[in-house]
Design a protein around this ligand. Structure first.
Ligand code: URA
Length: 292
């Protein structure tokens, strides 16, 4: 059949589950929390009133359950935009591709995907242990170069300003920018900072950290901190947000990324208890997510 997705493109295992996540279509909720660390999945699902199923393959741990009547899944992605490529495509396949016929369903489902992660602040006034909602994900990795996508005029202006103000050696990667789901960001205002989040292809040199390897962009942090366009500033950086927002755009899902700040790169401080900051973010996040 013409539009049938081949076995080599969408890999379904003996259990009828999508390959990397090892989750079947009936085992995933339409509101999904992503965390990086597989051990953090249980730290989210311990707040569930009922757990319906637990699944694991490699670094991808999924727990699906309920808070009251609200069905939720929490999925670990591991670190980085390459892993987000796997997780977002497989989550989308679980709801939008018929696993029997291997055809895209005629009526598509839009998921709510909320990342609860960690990040480093790039502004002095955003302290460790505070929370940042990403108004935009600005990707300095190259994942989205492999997808066709549309940008809004506002995103194009912001990107132009970024290119103009930040003399980066991009190393071949072209920056991209995607805004958050307005529907979801409206719900996370009280007690959250908001700003542009830069998504980096690594933790060390790509985030201006030099241990022994010399930096090709020694002014990176300073330039990101100073960036300003129509009162919008870069608040933080991490390693997943732009890919979540970008693939959310491509596949039609509502996405929001929220980070607990564990490092402040301007004050050169690191959280004394990052685990407690993440636990607080999970509790605060779930109090809203359970009402979606
Ligand atoms: N995650 C990152 O990618 N960078 C930080 O500084 C902290 C968390």
């Amino acid at each position: 059949m013409e539009n049938r997705i081949a076995e080599s493109e969408l890999i379904i295992n003996n259990r009828g589950a999508v390959y990397h996540l090892d989750v079947r279509p009936d085992e995933i909720a339409s509101t999904i929390i992503t965390v990086g660390d597989p051990d953090r999945v249980g730290a989210v699902s311990k707040h569930f009133d009922k757990i319906e199923g637990k699944f694991q393959h490699r670094e991808f741990v999924t727990h699906t359950g309920y808070i009251g009547n609200k069905r939720l899944s929490v999925v670990s992605t591991g670190i980085g935009t390459d892993n987000i490529d796997i997780v977002l495509n497989e989550l989308d396949a679980l709801v939008n591709i018929d696993f029997q016929t291997r055809l895209v369903k005629p009526s598509l489902t839009s998921l709510q995907i909320i990342r609860l992660g960690t990040s480093g602040a790039l502004q002095e006034d955003i302290p460790v242990d505070s929370f940042v909602v990403s108004s935009h994900g600005l990707g300095l990795d190259n994942l989205m170069a492999y997808y066709e996508f549309d940008s809004t005029p506002a995103e194009r202006s912001l990107l132009e300003a970024f290119r103009g103000q930040i003399p980066l050696k991009h190393g071949g990667a072209s920056p991209v920018i995607f805004s958050a789901s307005t529907q979801l960001s409206e719900l996370f205002k009280d007690g959250f900072h908001t700003g542009i989040t830069v998504t980096c292809p690594g933790f060390y040199a790509p985030q201006g950290r030099m241990l022994r390897g010399p930096l090709s962009n020694p002014g990176l942090i300073d330039n990101l901190t100073k960036f300003n366009y129509e009162s919008q500033r870069i608040t933080n950086f991490e390693m997943e947000t732009s890919a979540i927002y970008g693939l959310g755009r491509v596949l039609g899902h509502e996405c929001l990324s929220i980070s607990a700040i564990v490092a402040n790169r301007i004050r050169k401080e690191f959280s004394k208890d990052g685990g407690a900051a993440v636990a607080a973010l999970i509790e605060k996040g779930l109090s809203v997510i359970a009402t979606l």
